[in-house]
Write a protein that binds this ligand. Structure first.
Ligand code: 5GP
Length: 142
């Protein structure tokens, strides 16, 4: 497996070199909206530790990401009046991974509405801002 690349886009987001719509942060994880959401409110939870994917992250750091995804999932149910949640995590190109800093996708789901295919369209900034506001409010209420 290739080594972790410190110039990947999520590493740049973590260093504040590239913007994101942040919804949650603690000592171990950052959560922000996916710019090409497969469903409204699609959020990515990433470790602050440099890890490419599930194959090189420590169990402890992976647990922190899972805990973050759990928190986002519960808030997203309220924020987006969702009927369910899909959580996904891809490792290596063969596993469907495109960005090589570990991330868990948390996607709010509604009955009868399919996920968009990956990278279908870039969401409007105003929609992302609105969805981030809703999710942050739901997180505050937890
Ligand atoms: P994966 O590596 O699991 O296949 O997916 C990478 C995800 O990162 C995709 O859902 C894609 O839309 C998202 N993504 C790619 N570039 C950016 C970016 O610059 N900002 C944000 N917020 N999401 C991104």
């Amino acid at each position: 497996m290739p080594a972790y690349d410190t110039n990947n886009i999520f590493a740049k987001i973590l260093r504040g070199e590239f913007p994101c719509h942040k919804v949650y942060e603690d000592d171990h994880v950052l959560a922000f909206l996916d710019i090409m959401p497969r469903a409204p409110g699609h959020t990515l939870v990433i470790p602050k530790a440099p890890a490419r994917n599930i194959l090189d992250i420590t169990p402890e750091d992976y647990a922190h990401v899972a805990r973050g995804a759990h928190k986002i999932a519960h808030a997203a149910m309220t924020a987006f009046k969702a009927d369910g949640i899909t959580v996904q995590q891809f490792s290596e190109a063969a596993g469907g991974q495109v960005v090589f800093h570990l991330h868990m996708h948390v996607m709010p789901r509604h009955d009868g509405i399919a996920l968009l295919p990956p990278a279908s369209r870039k969401e409007d900034v105003t929609v992302l801002e609105d969805n981030a506001t809703k999710l942050i409010a739901a997180l505050k209420g937890m």
